[in-house]
Write a protein that binds this ligand. Structure first.
Ligand SMILES: [Zn+2]
Length: 611
């Protein structure tokens, strides 16, 4: 054990590690008012953000699972580190040299920083080996053959594991790493005679980094002509305390900022595909490391996309077009339901992967692939239909029986009529026939799908005064945009009815409002018909559309939205203990007071009108 870190140093590190930066490495945060930020909680599964960070105080708190604390507590809990490891990692992050109490540095124990250091040293070793004469030539040829220049290889830290039993072992033990450390890091393994040998030999090596950019393991590819190597084509670091394949995505350290910014992630299949995509300008590409895309990966990506009900990101899978890819797409029908984000599939016509594509068609071909993505639902249904001869009635009925349950499985009920229409076109069948097949398949199996569908669109009471108010504001915005000046001030939660909220988002997407432009940008049928409806429906004022009237309906809508938030904050306050959670309590209470005042102001403005 190393000595204890001095208290002053712990305090310094705590004070100088900005909690929103550290949290921001893992969770996409957005402003939550009152100097707070919020995002999707990394400690429990949720769809709308209840994980709050108060940068000025250096604290976080999740109102969903009640996890909270300072920056050290956050990292400790998230990365399963000891207190000392956490402080060491934060110190490293801000470039601060720690001092230890007691008798100076003693024998270092196995901790995360030692394992990362060993992996980093190994990566450097492999990288240098790639430049050497001799068998490394095969590795360099592989890269050139895939269209990667020397600079590209350097950017991604590609290396070569020499064709020797213990070259890395010797190198790292000479640097002071123990056998136990190297074995724990997965860099060496026990040979048949009880001695230690290198895990990777005569292979091309990709360092795998975690989301914060630390090297935690490697992916290694067998090179042509190596008949001695009986192992698989790709070999990865086995599970270690820092290499958890279910939580790693190759390229994520480079892509995470772009993923958050573009609200898009492109899932490719291998290390060379990630390289090709990034070099071609698709900077949101990542790949799994020797495992299928799973729930943990979905959670990590959702946090970066801030994929909640209000905001939508795009998840684009590049499957190859063969049977395996189609199977994967069908499986993803279930996975997709965990993603609120829109899931798309990008498949090259000739079944090429991004790496092949870049070689044959250049960077543009890779960008094209992503641009020509199709919704996962469409891809999967067309894959099923392709298995039937739809020129015959038997083939059409067979395909329909397979496809109908898929439509029923679509979680977003408003999309189902759309796919009923599409499938009827693809199969050349009547819409009614497809529609009733979908209904039948739903009543057979998944009853909950149906009830979900009914509640979302049809059974909403549009005579509800709040919904009428929301509708009125939208009408003003569409019919008299020059008078709708308080529009930009509307609260995020101003529209409670889904299609209205969607329409608001479409309006906000558009630079200026032209009805045709809006219709072009809108796929959802319910929202499309809303656009035309609200453009023609008369505004409900008696005489002229006065400024006074507009001011008052906007103010009333804002008042309602604020009231909604006040209810939420009050329930937050009830859950907080003013003594134990003093900081959060005070912050929350301050927000409440501010919001109450703002609501009173809106109420004043709204007085005297019909709503
Ligand atoms: Zn939580």
């Amino acid at each position: 054990m190393a000595g204890r870190i001095r208290d002053e140093d712990v305090a310094y590190v705590r004070e100088h590690s900005h909690i929103d930066d550290v949290v921001g490495d893992f969770v996409q945060l957005k402003g939550a008012g009152g100097g707070q930020k919020k995002g999707l909680c990394p400690f429990h599964d949720e769809k709308s953000p209840s994980f709050h960070v108060t940068p000025s105080k250096g604290y976080f708190h999740c109102f969903g699972c009640q996890t909270g604390g300072d920056v050290i507590a956050f990292l400790m809990k998230l990365e399963h580190l000891t207190f000392t490891e956490t402080v060491e990692r934060l110190a490293e992050r801000i470039g601060y040299q720690l001092t230890y109490d007691s008798s100076g540095p003693s024998t270092p124990g196995i901790n995360r920083s030692r394992l990362v250091a060993a992996n980093t040293a190994a990566a450097k070793f492999y990288q240098e080996e790639l430049g050497k004469p001799g068998p490394a030539q095969l590795g360099r040829e592989f890269l050139t053959g895939r269209g990667f220049s020397r600079e590209a290889a350097e950017t991604f830290g590609v290396g070569y594991a020499p064709d020797e039993w213990d070259a890395l072992y010797k190198h790292l033990t000479a640097l002071g790493y123990s056998e136990v450390e190297l074995n724990t890091a997965g860099l060496i393994k026990e040979g048949s005679r009880g001695n230690f040998i290198d895990r990777f030999r005569n292979r091309l090596i990709w360092p795998v980094k975690d989301i914060s950019g630390d090297v935690v393991g490697f992916g290694a590819r067998k090179l042509a002509g190596d008949d001695k190597d009986q192992g698989p084509k790709y070999l990865n670091t086995s599970e270690t305390p820092i290499y958890k394949k279910s939580q790693l995505l190759y390229g994520l350290d480079m892509a995470k900022k772009e993923i958050a910014k573009k609200r898009q992630v492109v899932i490719v299949e291998g290390y060379t595909d990630v390289m090709a995509a990034h070099l071609a300008g698709v900077t949101t590409a990542v790949a799994t490391c020797g495992t299928a895309f799973g729930d943990d990966h979905i959670r990590i990506i959702r946090r970066l996309l801030m994929d909640d009900d209000a905001f939508r990101g795009e998840v684009i899978f590049t499957f190859d077009g063969d049977a395996a890819g189609q199977k994967a797409a069908l499986r993803a029908f279930d996975d997709d339901q965990k993603f609120v984000a829109q899931t798309f599939v990008a498949v090259a016509a000739n079944g090429m992967d991004p790496c092949d594509l870049r070689q044959s068609g250049g960077d543009e071909a890779v960008r094209d692939l992503v641009a020509r993505r199709v919704p996962l639902f469409e891809f999967a249904m067309k894959s099923v239909i392709a298995g039937y001869d739809i020129k015959t009635p038997e083939g059409r009925v067979g395909a329909l029986n397979q496809v109908a349950p898929l439509i029923g499985k679509i979680k977003d009920a408003s999309l189902r009529p759309e796919y009923v229409r599409s499938v009827s076109a693809w199969l050349g069948m009547e819409i009614d026939i497809v529609s009733s097949a979908v209904k039948k398949s739903g009543s057979r199996g998944t009853a909950h799908n149906q009830s979900q569908g009914e509640s979302s669109a049809q059974s909403v009471n549009l005579k509800d005064p709040i919904l009428m108010l929301e509708r009125e504001v939208l009408k003003v915005k569409l019919q008299a945009p020059e008078l709708a000046y308080p529009w930009a001030d509307l609260e995020m939660n101003a529209f409670s009815y889904g299609p209205y909220a969607t329409l608001r988002a479409r309006i906000d997407d558009a630079p200026d409002i032209s009805i045709n432009d809006l219709l072009e940008r809108t796929e959802d049928d319910v929202v499309r018909s809303l656009i035309t409806e609200l453009t023609v429906e008369p505004i409900r004022t008696d005489g002229e559309i006065s400024e006074r009237y507009i001011q008052s309906i906007f103010a009333r809508l804002r008042e309602v939205a604020m009231s909604r938030e006040i209810v939420e904050i009050k329930s937050d306050l009830q859950r907080l203990n003013p003594v134990e959670n003093e900081v959060e309590y005070t912050a929350t209470f301050t927000r409440l007071v501010g919001l109450e005042a703002a609501r009173r102001a809106q109420k004043e403005l709204a007085i005297g009108e019909a709503f």
